[in-house]
Design a protein around this ligand. Structure first.
Ligand code: DGL
Length: 274
């Protein structure tokens, strides 16, 4: 049994912690930087343990605890964004019991998709971990009477995106292999239920070759973060300009290369952690 941990030292000047299995959560960081440019952010890419999609609930919970403890101890963070659908599905409730700072998670945008879809036929791209989770199954069951959902786990895509390979024939071939079945289902909205997939939205659009809305939850999460900070009196002074630190536990040259492709406009300091 873990004891609940309170970060008593945090205040509105503290940074916000954000994490994912790897670089995928940077698609959420982009939304947070746009909406809350005054906040300091520390992003952890758990690159050594990516992908999370095929890991057990227990492993993902353990990694999430290691990362949140690191962020509290090293950066005194005031809130955490779990920028990972898989980790949210696996353990957000347990994390909220364990840590007493605001914790914002992500989940596939089923409700907005249901509103948008005319055919009431919706495609969901997410990891197998998310799709198998009881949290996701419960969410889906809420809307199953209104729309028909077609879920696809997209094996192999996260690995390519981690390498920054978002425009290669191999990535296109993986999309082709995974999504061909969806093409025949007459879906008219696609949900990106994995933060990594935002970086290949252009390839998914190209594959479907028609104007299907492809939606994600990055902006909704940034808005939720803003309202949580306001409610808890933790918002930074809006006249300041925040900084971004990206931490990775991959000490090879790979993260630098990947970031050049995936985050060409972000300003950040890259550091490694163990
Ligand atoms: N980006 C993550 C998500 O949103 C995890 C992908 C993975 O590591 O498998 O689910």
């Amino acid at each position: 049994m873990h004891a609940k941990k309170t970060n008593l030292a945090m205040n509105n000047l503290s940074p916000i912690g954000i994490f994912d299995s790897g670089v995928g959560g940077l698609s959420v960081v982009n939304n947070i930087v746009n909406l809350l440019p005054f906040e300091n952010l520390v992003y952890v890419a758990d690159s050594k343990y990516a992908p999370y999609g095929s890991r057990s609930k227990e492993e993902i919970f353990d990694r999430s605890c290691v990362i949140i403890n690191y962020l509290i101890q090293s950066y005194n963070i005031k809130a955490i964004v779990v920028a990972c659908n898989t980790a949210t599905a696996a353990c957000i409730n347990e994390l909220r019991v364990l840590f007493s700072i605001p914790i914002i998670g992500m989940e596939p945008a089923i409700k907005p998709a249901n509103r948008l879809s005319k055919n009431k036929r919706i495609g969901i791209l997410a990891t197998s971990g998310t799709l198998k989770s009881s949290k996701f199954i419960a969410l889906l069951s809420h809307y199953e009477g209104n729309s028909e959902f077609f879920s696809q786990p997209c094996h192999g895509l996260v690995e390519e995106i981690e390498k920054g390979l978002i425009d290669t024939s191999k990535t296109r071939a993986i999309i082709n292999k995974n999504l061909s079945v969806l093409k025949r289902k007459k879906i008219d909205v696609i949900i990106l239920g994995c933060t990594h997939f935002v970086f290949i939205r252009h390839l998914i659009k190209e594959f479907f070759n028609e104007d299907i809305p492809i939606i994600d939850t990055g902006l909704a999460v940034a808005k939720r973060l803003l309202s949580q900070l306001e409610e808890n009196n933790l918002l930074m002074n809006r006249s300041l300009r925040g900084k971004l630190i990206i931490c990775t536990n991959d000490d090879s040259k790979q993260p630098q290369q990947t970031l050049k492709t995936l985050a060409p406009d972000l300003k950040y300091k890259l550091i490694t952690f163990n």
